[in-house]
Design a protein around this ligand. Sequence first.
Ligand SMILES: [Zn+2]
Length: 305
Amino acid sequence: MDSLRSRTGVSVEAIDLHFQGKPGRIASFLIRHQGGAMLIESGPGSTIGGLELELRRRGLAPGDITHLLLTHIHLDHAGAAGWLARQGARVYVHPRGAPHLIDPSRLLESAARIYGDDMDRLWGECLPVPEEQITTLEDGDEVAVGGIGVVALDTPGHAEHHLAFQLDDICFTGDVAGVRMPHSGVVVPPAPPPEFAPERWRRSLAHIAAQQPEYLALTHFGLFLDPAEHLAALRRGLRAVCHWADENVPRAADVTDLQARYTDWLEAWALEQGLDAADWPGHQAINPAWMSALGLRRYWKQKQG
Ligand SMILES: [Zn+2]
């Protein structure tokens, strides 16, 4: 399913950005209106060419994007925001994310610590967004254009500055509804440092469930029509991951050992949940277990006080 209509007839298209040349990894969602189109998630700088191509295939130019809504500022979701702003888009983001769009230097430094020499290849160029083109959104704020209304939901847990967006009966969930490959039932929580917070995450899932969505639109990856089952699977995943951290972080010899153990465990757990082995590389490309191991380590250490 790569497009659908909301309860009031608003059309939503999932654009596959073909991250690293592969389908089904990073999506951006297109919502047309009379004066152009709204985009939810820009994707990274490295997929700008793919985004342009996919817009052109749909009869649109980058300059037609009037509104860019970002769930959070991680590079796979928002790296191309500055480029879209240059084409004229207004950018909507959580108040705590805005400073990092205006000046991405700290964001890029921390990503470089994690990704090292792979930064450019993975994420491409990340341009700043001019402050005057940014609108910050609090919980319940609505972005309205030509009869279409999208409501921001404050949803921390994966990141403190995370928003989900509700359009009629569709919820765009960024990373707070986890990672799920197309045609798969297995949902994995991405737990990167430094802000993985499972208690806050669980409250965010309750906030999403309270909107009673009929569809979930996941950046990784696609449109799903079983929100209740999906959210239940993610709650199971969060429980399993936290339990693993409680048992294993204190036992690991060092960080490398912890990362190796977590990668082995997560793959085995996902396969046991019914993941198709062919989908494991996609999970690793989007939400590398070695990175979540760092987030789990930080979570465990904070818990010890
Ligand atoms: Zn993220």
